[in-house]
Design a protein. Structure first.
Length: 379
């Protein structure tokens, strides 16, 4: 994993000490389970998280990414993002609050959003994930960030999102909208946004996969954060800048809890809405099927990219019965024009579980991509 790099910042301070815990938790999972090289992981908290410290870490990652092909960069910031009005009042500047922030000397003591964006753009990595856990409220001793002066503090996550240019392999997500606050639930160790992200990084969705997918991370954060906050009569909706070419092969880290080889057919049944009560009776003979049903089986076989001449009757029977019957096979035929199953030269190198797991993964990916698309339009 020498082509994976991370910049993790937890500003800390008297009013938001929990940001350090969040940063520590992200660092620990990336190194202990995610297989990130500690030498490629820049961890900055409290007095080591000044503007200059963050800029220097960015420059190191920019240099390393230029020297490393096919690299992935994970940038995580836990603190405050603040918007300041210019003298005219018509325009605003956005800053990430760094350690020692002084509003009377912003350019020296805070990280201007334009500089942040420029540094991200200079990173030559194939995949860049930026997660901003900004603007804390619930669970904190104070509501706002303590900086010099008495002017009203206005936090903004959308402002930085607008500065970041999207592109292939880039994902930008922040913890809440501008009119909301990022919270820590009662008795929780970490902020809600980071807590949900940690579940994915710890392998919640990846038991049978070697790596953790960014698609799983985005989906779980967008889905779970709003759901878990509802009982507390509070709104928190993470903001996502849509990334192009999202797919399950965009990996965030290695899965330290990997249980490769575990069958996911039970999950497949769930995605197809199959229960034991609804499952049709097992087919015992292909010849007993109606011509229409035989045609449906043959159509499915073509979609999984296997030569018809290689298919044995036993394989077809096993496929139909594990899927829950012809009715469910027909559902899949309508759902997919083609299933991205690798071409095989011999039926001895393939089994039904492998086919169904591939189908299940595609169902899962499609559902998550659609949810993410709908979510973005909703926010």
């Amino acid at each position: 994993m020498d082509n994976f790099f991370a910049l993790i910042v937890g500003v800390g301070g008297a009013d938001i000490p929990e940001t350090v815990k969040d940063a520590e938790a992200i660092r620990d999972v990336l190194i202990t389970k995610g297989a990130y090289n500690p030498n490629n992981t820049f961890f900055l908290t409290e007095f080591k998280s000044t503007k200059d410290d963050i800029i220097n870490a960015f420059d190191e990652i920019i240099k390393k990414s230029e020297e490393t092909p096919e690299s992935t960069v994970f940038i995580y910031y836990s603190g405050h993002g603040q918007r300041f009005a210019e003298a005219s009042g018509k325009f605003f500047d956005y800053y990430l609050i760094t350690f020692g922030a002084d509003k009377n000397d912003k350019e020296k003591t805070m990280l201007n959003g334009n500089i942040f964006s420029e540094k991200v753009e200079k990173i030559k990595a194939n995949r860049i994930l930026v997660m901003l856990d900004c603007c804390y409220a619930g669970g904190m001793k104070n509501d706002g960030l303590k900086i010099k002066g008495e002017e009203e503090v206005f936090y903004s996550n959308r402002a930085l999102q607008e500065k970041l240019k999207s592109g292939k392999g880039r994902v930008f997500i922040s913890s809440c909208d501008d009119n909301e606050t990022s919270v820590i639930l009662p008795k929780a160790k970490n902020s809600l946004f980071t807590e949900v992200a940690l579940e994915v990084l710890n392998g919640l969705f990846s038991q049978n996969r070697e790596y953790v997918s960014v698609l799983d991370l985005i989906y779980h954060v967008l889905n779970e954060v709003p759901n878990r906050i509802q009982p507390y009569n509070h709104n928190q909706n993470p903001i996502l800048t849509e990334a192009k070419n999202l797919n399950h092969k965009y990996y965030v880290c290695k899965n330290g809890e990997s249980m490769q080889g575990v069958s996911t057919i039970e999950i497949n049944f769930k995605n197809l809405n199959i229960t034991k009560d609804e499952k049709t009776l097992d087919v015992v003979n292909i010849d007993d099927l109606a011509n229409e049903d035989k045609a449906a089986v043959d159509s499915f076989i073509k979609k999984i990219n296997i030569e018809e001449s290689d298919i044995k009757a036993e394989f077809k029977l096993d496929l139909i019965n594990n899927m829950g019957g012809i009715r469910n096979l027909k559902k899949l035929n309508k759902k997919f024009r083609r299933i991205n199953f690798k071409k095989v030269h011999s039926m001895q190198s393939i089994d039904v579980k492998e086919v169904l797991n591939t189908v299940n993964e595609q169902i899962d990916i499609e559902a998550k991509l659609q949810f993410i698309k709908n979510y973005k339009h909703k926010i």
